[in-house]
Design a protein around this ligand. Sequence first.
Ligand code: EPS
Length: 443
Amino acid sequence: MLGRSALRTGHSHSNAVVPEASYCKSSRSCSRRSPVAARAIGSSFGTLFRVTTFGESHGKGVGCVVDGVPPRLQISTEDIQADLDRRRPGQSRITTPRSETDTCQIYSGVYDGATVGSPIMIMVPNKDQKSKDYTEMAVAYRPSHADATYDMKYGIRAVAGGGRSSARETIGRVAAGAIAKKLLQRVCGVEVLAYVSEVREVTADVDVASFTLEQVEASQVRCPDETASQRMYEVIDTIRKTGDSCGGIVTCVVRKCPTGLGTPVFDKLEAELAKAIMSLPATKGFELGSGFSGSSMLGSEHNDEFYMQDGEIHTRTNRSGGIQGGLSNGEPIVVRVAFKPTSTIAKRQNTVSREGSDTELLARGRHDPCVVPRAVPMVEAMVALVLADQLLQHYAQCELFPRGDAVSPDVRAALQFSHTGGMNGKGSNGRHQSHQESLAAPT
Ligand SMILES: C=C(O[C@@H]1CC(C(=O)O)=C[C@@H](OP(=O)(O)O)[C@H]1O)C(=O)O
């Protein structure tokens, strides 16, 4: 309320600072009761597999610290760089022209090509800051950007480059996500793959079960449907030339996901995914499986009927999007993410100044006319971070005792429980492998 009243009453942004006395009082009581202050409030994500990102767009650099990664996972700078290259600016005419190689360095936590179980710090220096582009944006708020709300809350912010609200913050997420992907692949062969499925009136026709990373990367828009990709490119380029921007939809698919990730109540897998995805810049919508369209269907139309195949339960359709009761069911997890148009546009708009008066703004600088081509690796990273964290939590809670141990022999025989886990205790096709199997699996 404080910041809002500062804007509404025309007070200067400096008046939005919480009065010192009340600030000290609440801060003292909070830090005594909770250890949360030690965790970089709002910049850390995950429980057992935990990432903290740091850095501002025009500061010295950006990156992350990842804690909780199991030891002896093979990881290299190249593994991380491959995903950072998919995210970096300057990839084509339809992405921001800021010239960054986004070259990463691993500062800690990796020895002789493998994780050692200590925090992994990854650093990417910023090289191409042009802070003078932000002269106008230092005095007037960009409509729909984070500028105004940051000032309302903190009373101070790194103006140049959008500071912490810049898409550059996602470098730390993508770097951590590359480690998460490696872990998921190594332990259970999980594949996390996303693509651009919609831009304006253009919708891609893609088989989510079979499209490949190579097909996605062959497209400048990151759409594996070649015809749609070409049309999307033209749409974005036309909008770019007018100084405007547009949004789009990214679809992410998880193949070979083990059964049983997530928990049944507050930390349902879809709830964890929704939070992770909606923490990305410019996101406005999240759908799992049938999403909003499922709300107009009948139960008989929507239910995913079960059938048995090779001793495993499968579903004939996948309107559940791979999650039932908050837990993964082994079918592909399919999520759709709506991104809004980039808020910084080269068009004159009505706004207010930081001093609280009505004004106009014509923003300058380098900006993405559409964020979705670069958002693809960001979405993959957030999904992988959730799944890696859930996998570790699942092992911590559920894999200590052989499955069926607490069940009487009669019931066990009837249910055909086995040690290897999964809905039917089978260890293949994305179901949980036994501890020994997973250690023996190739990297
Ligand atoms: C550089 C990146 O994106 C940036 C995101 C961004 C913004 O307002 O979010 C503004 C631009 O930064 P600058 O004004 O410094 O050119 C983009 O280029 C990146 O993602 O790596």
